[in-house]
Design a protein. Structure first.
Ligand code: UT7
Length: 335
C-alpha cells in the first residue's frame, strides 16, 4: 500500500472568556434572536489580551500530542493555518515549534483563511506521502476577533477565537508501488486521509477580505464581507468540493458516516446537507457555542465528534470549508 497519513491525535483549546449574543447586543444594534435565527450562533470564545495565536495553537498541539501518546520530539513537521499570526514574520509555526520544544524538521504557516485547515492538512499529507517526514502537527489557530470592527453588526456577531490540531502519522508504504499505480479501492479501507480537493478563485477577493495589510495600509485592518453573496457561493462551492473529493475516491457522498463542516453558518451547513441528500444527524456542529473560528473550526468540531463518541476508528469522515479568496476545499478521511 502507499503511505497513508493517519490522524492519530486530535486536540483543541478554547479561551476562557465567553461572549454571548446578549452581551454583543448591548454595544451594537443586533439581537440574540436575529443572530441565532440567521446563523445558529449563541456564543463564542474570545482570547484574553495577553493570549496570542501561538499560545492557543500550543495548547491545542499539546492536547493533540497527549491524545496520540507522543512527545514533541516525535514531530518533524508543523503546519499552522492562521489568518491572525502573532507577527508579520516569522511564521507562527516557528514560534509554536520553539514553545513546544520541537527541534527537528520544518515549520511554516498556510494562509487560506477559513479553508486553511484543509489546505494545511492536504499539504501535510503530501509531505508525509513523499517519505521525507514521519509525523506532522497540523494546527488551525485564530485570534480572529482581533480583526473585527465591533461596530459592524454584519460581521462582529459571526466570529470567535480558538485552536485545534491533528497529529498525522505516515503509515504503510512498503509495496514499492507509486501513488498513481495503486487504485483507490486498494487503500480506501485503511485508516487515514483518502483524498483532498483544494480550490481558489481570486476573482472573488472583494466578497470577503480584511481592509489592511503590510504592503498596502501598513495596518491590520478589519473584516469586510458581502455576506449574502458569500452565502450563495458557499452552498454551491462546498457541495461541488464534497462531491468531487468523493468522486476521486470512488465513494458515494451518501456513504460517509460523519460530516464535519467549517462552522460559518448553520443555514449553509443545512443547505449543503439537503443538496447532497445527507442526514442532519450526520453533521457534527459546534457553531452554537463557538461561532466561526476560521481555520480552527474543523479540528474543534472533529474533537467534539470524538468526545461524544460519534466518530470512531474506521468511520468515513468528510470535511469541508470555504473562506476568503475565495478558497474552498474538502477532505475525505477514515478516522
Ligand atoms: O467563514 C467564511 C465564510 N463566511 C460565510 O460563509 C458567511 C456567509 N454569510 C452569512 O452567513 C450570512 O450572509 C450572514 C449571517 C452574514 C447574514 O445573513 P443574511 O441572511 O444573508 O442577511 P443579510 O446580509 O442579507 O441582511 C439582512 C438584514 C439587513 O437589513 P435590511 O437591509 O434588510 O434592513 C441587515 O442590515 O439583516 C440586517 N443585519 C442584521 N440585523 C441584526 C445584518 N446583520 C445583522 C445583525 N443583527 N447582526
Amino acid at each position: 500500500m502507499t503511505i497513508k497519513s493517519v490522524v492519530i491525535g486530535c486536540g483543541t483549546y478554547l479561551p476562557e472568556r465567553i461572549l454571548t449574543n446578549k452581551e454583543i447586543s448591548t454595544f451594537v444594534d443586533t439581537s440574540d434572536e436575529w443572530i441565532q435565527e440567521r446563523t445558529g450562533i449563541k456564543e463564542r470564545h474570545v482570547a484574553a489580551d495577553d493570549e496570542k495565536t501561538s499560545d492557543l495553537a500550543v495548547k491545542a498541539a499539546q492536547a493533540a500530542l497527549n491524545d496520540a501518546g507522543l512527545k514533541a520530539d516525535d514531530i518533524d513537521l508543523i503546519i499552522v493555518a492562521t489568518t491572525t499570526p502573532d507577527l508579520t514574520f516569522p511564521a507562527t509555526a516557528a514560534i509554536v515549534q520553539a514553545k513546544l520544544g520541537v527541534s527537528e524538521g520544518a515549520a511554516f504557516d498556510i494562509q487560506a483563511v477559513c479553508s486553511g485547515f484543509i489546505f494545511a492538512l492536504s499539504t501535510a499529507e503530501k509531505f508525509l506521502a513523499s517519505g521525507q517526514h514521519k509525523r506532522a502537527l497540523v494546527i488551525g489557530a485564530e485570534t480572529f476577533t482581533r480583526l473585527l470592527d465591533w461596530n459592524d453588526r454584519a460581521t462582529c456577531v459571526l466570529f470567535g477565537d480558538g485552536a485545534g490540531a491533528f497529529v498525522l502519522e505516515a503509515q504503510g508504504g512498503n509495496s514499492g508501488q507509486s501513488r498513481n499505480q495503486t487504485s483507490n479501492q486498494a487503500t480506501n479501507h485503511h485508516r487515514g486521509i483518502i483524498e483532498t480537493y483544494l480550490r481558489t478563485d481570486g476573482r472573488m477577493v472583494d466578497l470577503l477580505y480584511v481592509d489592511g495589510g503590510v504592503s498596502s495600509t501598513k495596518t491590520t485592518g478589519h473584516v469586510k464581507m458581502q455576506g449574502n453573496k458569500v452565502f450563495r457561493e458557499a452552498v454551491t462551492r462546498i457541495s461541488e468540493a464534497m462531491v468531487t473529493v468523493c468522486e476521486k475516491a470512488n465513494i458515494p457522498v451518501t456513504d460517509i458516516d460523519w460530516f464535519v463542516p467549517h462552522q460559518a453558518n448553520e443555514r449553509i451547513i443545512l443547505g449543503v446537507v439537503k443538496k447532497l441528500s445527507l442526514r442532519t444527524e450526520q453533521v457534527v456542529s459546534t457553531i452554537a457555542h463557538q461561532g466561526n473560528t476560521s481555520a480552527a473550526s474543523i479540528p474543534l468540531a472533529y474533537r467534539a465528534g470524538l468526545d461524544d463518541g460519534r466518530i470512531k476508528p474506521g468511520d468515513l469522515v468528510l470535511l469541508e470549508a470555504l473562506g476568503g479568496g475565495l478558497t474552498w476545499a474538502a477532505a475525505l478521511l477514515r478516522a
